[in-house]
Design a protein around this ligand. Structure first.
Ligand SMILES: [Zn+2]
Length: 490
């Protein structure tokens, strides 16, 4: 299958050709571990998780690295405020992030390296840059000289002269050019530091990603991902320092995900408009969050509101309800009625071609929005089947329904991490949680439902309606099907 990616570097959609198939190397910038992670972090993690799952599904051998920045100004500052040390603080938030990822069903990458565990690789890379004349030492600091790298700005489409003219770049007297960036920072009192050829100090932020990407994946990697906000300066700097050191292209395909916004403004710690992953998981099913996070193409902004997340949750619940009801079907005949043959044939055809449409959507620059559209189109087909067989499901109806369920759950489950649960487990867990929250008893509800069914059998419709109203008042919604009454807490 041909895969196409919008490459930030070329600004074009390009056919994906890994350097040494079936091996694919992929690096994604992880979090700086100084606070709880929010929905913006969740989006990047889930988007690249789907890319990782998709490539593996197609048979690629994916080597995926997502790092932890565990030494940085923010970590040091926060640790000082809390009266702890940087290492302890970073460990705490790394643990917390891993919990979030597990709950969100994000697969662990092949490697999750930390900057502080790769100081020798970082130092070796800086030494190479100094030797080649791309970096210089000033009083224990080491800077990358952007003017020595003529292609600086190629990823973000910026030009060095224009950037110099642009104000707001803090000018340090130590730097030769205002855009030169620190590869190594000399030790400051009270801060963590490591031995280096330039005296004790610590790495700057950008260098760790180049050092770790090359250490685990080689000097040229296939895919590098991250948020759009990292294009400049972080990824621009990664390219400069990597390519200056090796003389080889650093990354073949640059993929950037859009921001999560709140009322069109970027969700961020500094704006204070963020919701943490833990907060979201307290009130939403992880698959509902994944559905929301994947509902737009990854490069587009994704506007968050509680209403939109709830709508996705309802859609997910509806899907599980369909699967749950399909499972309740018991065949009462071998053959379908003659007039069902054509619709059954059509449903069967749509199911047979689902995989191709679903994978094609993802192969087109990871268009998860389209893949999800295909999923729900299949749900409509399954609902159509439920209606079609009515009171008299035949073995033929069931066979088509089972095939549909199996196909959609296999693909959506494996690649999107959605519909992975057993429908019964999903429905029962939600009922249980809602009953507990409302303080309702399951026995009482099931007794009333049975009573209502009996009243209906005896054609005592006013009694049946009264019971329905009574349940509705308690927040219980009933759905009558040919195979009994389905109920849920609304
Ligand atoms: Zn990075």
């Amino acid at each position: 299958m041909e895969i196409w990616f919008q490459n930030t570097l070329s600004r074009q959609k390009e056919r994906f050709e890994p350097l040494a198939p079936p091996r694919v190397t992929m690096y994604v910038c992880g979090v700086t571990a100084y606070d709880e992670s929010h929905l913006g972090h969740a989006r990047a993690a889930v988007v690249f998780d789907v890319l990782y799952r998709f490539l593996k599904h197609l048979g690629y051998e994916v080597h995926y690295v997502r790092n932890f920045t565990d030494i940085d100004d923010k970590i040091i500052r926060r640790a000082q405020e809390e009266g702890t040390n940087a290492k302890e603080l970073a460990e705490r938030y790394i643990r917390s992030y891993k919990e979030d990822m597990e709950a969100l069903k994000v697969l662990p990458p092949t490697y999750e390296p930390r900057a502080t565990e790769h100081i020798p690789q970082i130092i070796a890379l800086i030494e190479r840059l100094i030797e080649k004349g791309f970096a210089y030492v000033v009083e224990g600091d080491v800077y990358f000289a952007v003017e020595k790298f003529p292609e600086y700005g190629k990823l973000s489409g910026r030009n060095l002269e224009e950037m110099r003219a642009g104000a707001r770049i803090s000018v340090s007297e130590k730097k030769r050019h205002p855009l030169d960036f620190a590869l190594w920072k000399a030790e400051k009192p009270g801060e963590p530091s490591w031995e280096s050829p330039w005296g004790r100090g610590r790495p700057g932020w950008h260098i760790e990603c180049s050092a770790m990407a090359m250490h685990y994946l080689g000097e040229t990697i296939d895919i590098h991902g991250g948020g759009l906000d990292l294009i400049f300066p972080h990824h621009e700097n990664e390219i400069a320092q990597s390519e200056a050191a090796t003389g080889k292209p650093f990354v073949r395909y640059w993929l950037h995900n859009g921001m999560v916004t709140v009322e069109r403004e970027k969700m961020s710690k500094s704006l204070g408009n963020f919701v943490t992953i833990k907060h979201m998981l307290a009130s939403h099913h992880p698959e509902a969050l994944r559905l929301f996070l994947l509902s737009m193409h990854y490069r587009s902004p994704l506007d968050y509101s509680e209403k939109v997340v709830s709508d996705h949750e309802k859609a997910l619940e509806g899907f599980y309800e369909t699967l749950y009801l399909l499972r309740k079907l018991k065949p009462v005949a071998e053959e379908p009625p003659k007039k069902h043959r054509k619709p059954l044939e059509e449903a069967s055809q749509a199911i047979a071609t689902f995989e191709e449409r679903f994978l094609k959507a993802l192969a087109d620059d990871l268009n998860t929005a389209r893949a999800i559209g295909e999923m729900f189109a299949l749900e409509r087909i399954l609902n159509g089947l439920l209606k079609l067989c009515g009171r008299f499901p035949s073995a033929a109806h069931l066979e088509v329904a089972r095939k549909g369920e199996e196909t959609v759950r296999k693909l959506a489950g494996n690649i999107l991490g959605i519909l992975e649960e057993e429908p019964e487990t999903f429905i029962e867990a939600r009922r249980e949680a809602a009953l507990k929250e409302r303080g309702l008893s399951r026995e009482e509800i099931e007794r009333l439902i049975t009573e209502r069914e009996e009243a209906r059998k005896e054609k005592d419709f006013s009694r049946a309606d009264a019971i329905r109203d009574d349940l509705a008042e308690k927040g219980i919604e009933l759905r009558d099907t040919p195979w009994g009454t389905f109920w849920k807490v609304t």
